[in-house]
Write a protein that binds this ligand. Structure first.
Ligand SMILES: NC(=O)c1ccc[n+]([C@@H]2O[C@H](COP(=O)([O-])OP(=O)(O)OC[C@H]3O[C@@H](n4cnc5c(N)ncnc54)[C@H](OP(=O)(O)O)[C@@H]3O)[C@@H](O)[C@H]2O)c1
Length: 288
């Protein structure tokens, strides 16, 4: 008798996976990695296998993989390019999540999707919570807000996580990595010192978002480090942790960068739902 042939034994073929859309991006790869370490079966699909804005592609993926839940890690995140690429930005950030939400609602599947601190205008003096009123200043923020609203209208049981400014050691496309690269090479690194936000440590984000999904949480949730900083303060904190002198960080007003998209002067996320993430220093301590 085969050793796995035990009456009542659940074979791998019976385990319904978590379906990760946008699996080749920063967040998608982090979900794949953490599912592996947590022993959660996952199907990781990039754009070539699943286009979230194409209803036929979504229907085919759900039919083929029969997931127990869907994580949407796909999106258009180039905030400045979005100012002149609104159609594509809205396709990936609003239409795509809506198509996924409609399909998940029709199949009775939980959906986890992500939004941004840039749905806020920065005029509020204190941190933004889930019930704060959004008022985006740029195309990207408007597309994320449209996505949130479309998802929750189509699938009220969906989980929509607002988060901000990713950092981790798992890829090189983040501010902390660029700052440390400059510091280690002995180059000056200019960073805004008049814009305040709560950056997000990607491993903590993914673990907490998965916990919320497994707990069947729904609606809007804010997940970011529990404290806040300016971009220049983040670069200096990372430099200290990495054992570098901080003076390569050159503080500048955000306006000096001449970026096409307007940014809120503060977009600090806090939660009124009691969800507290570790601090920036704690995250940097584990990262560096
Ligand atoms: N990065 C941050 O600091 C940050 C902050 C707040 C919120 N978020 C949110 O977090 C999510 C993930 O961001 P990220 O930084 O991981 O982005 P990312 O690294 O750019 O990855 C996004 C992935 O989505 C894919 N994609 C785009 N449109 C798609 C579609 N229609 N169907 C399937 N895949 C598609 C992209 O593929 P292609 O390369 O082929 O386009 C890319 O692989 C987004 O919702 C973003 O708004 C990010």
């Amino acid at each position: 008798m085969r050793p796995d042939f035990i009456p009542g034994h659940i074979s791998d073929a019976d385990i319904r996976p978590l379906l990760i859309a946008g699996a080749h991006g920063t967040l998608g790869r982090a979900f794949g990695r953490i599912c592996l370490t947590r022993g959660l079966a996952a199907v990781e699909l990039g754009r070539a296998d699943l286009d979230i804005a194409d209803p036929a592609s979504v229907a085919a993926a759900l039919e083929e993989h029969r997931p127990w839940a869907v994580v949407n890690a796909a999106g258009y995140v180039r905030v400045d390019d979005a100012e002149t690429d609104a159609e594509r930005c809205f396709r990936e950030n609003a239409t795509g999540p809506e198509v996924l939400a409609q399909a998940c609602a029709a199949h009775g599947l939980p959906l986890l999707t992500f939004s941004s601190d840039l749905v806020f205008d920065g005029e509020q003096e204190h941190p933004y919570t889930e019930s704060s009123v959004p008022n985006p200043l740029n195309v990207y923020g408007r597309s994320k807000l449209a996505g949130e609203r479309a998802v929750l209208a189509a699938h009220p049981a969906a989980l929509v996580v607002r988060t901000s400014a990713f950092f981790s050691s798992w890829d090189e496309y983040n501010f902390v990595h660029f700052a440390l690269q400059a510091g280690r090479a002995g180059y000056p690194f200019e960073a805004a010192d008049d814009v305040r936000m709560a950056p997000t440590y990607v491993p903590d984000l993914v673990n907490t978002a998965l916990d919320l999904l497994l707990d069947e949480a729904h609606g809007l949730w804010h997940l970011a480090c529990q404290d806040s900083c300016t971009w220049a303060e983040l670069a200096r904190a990372a430099a200290r942790r990495a054992g570098l002198a901080e003076d390569f960080v050159v503080p500048r007003p955000m306006a000096d960068f001449g970026l096409p998209a307007r940014r809120p002067r503060q977009s600090v996320l806090a939660s009124e739902k009691g969800m507290v993430q570790p601090s920036i220093e704690d995250a940097l301590g584990r990262m560096l």
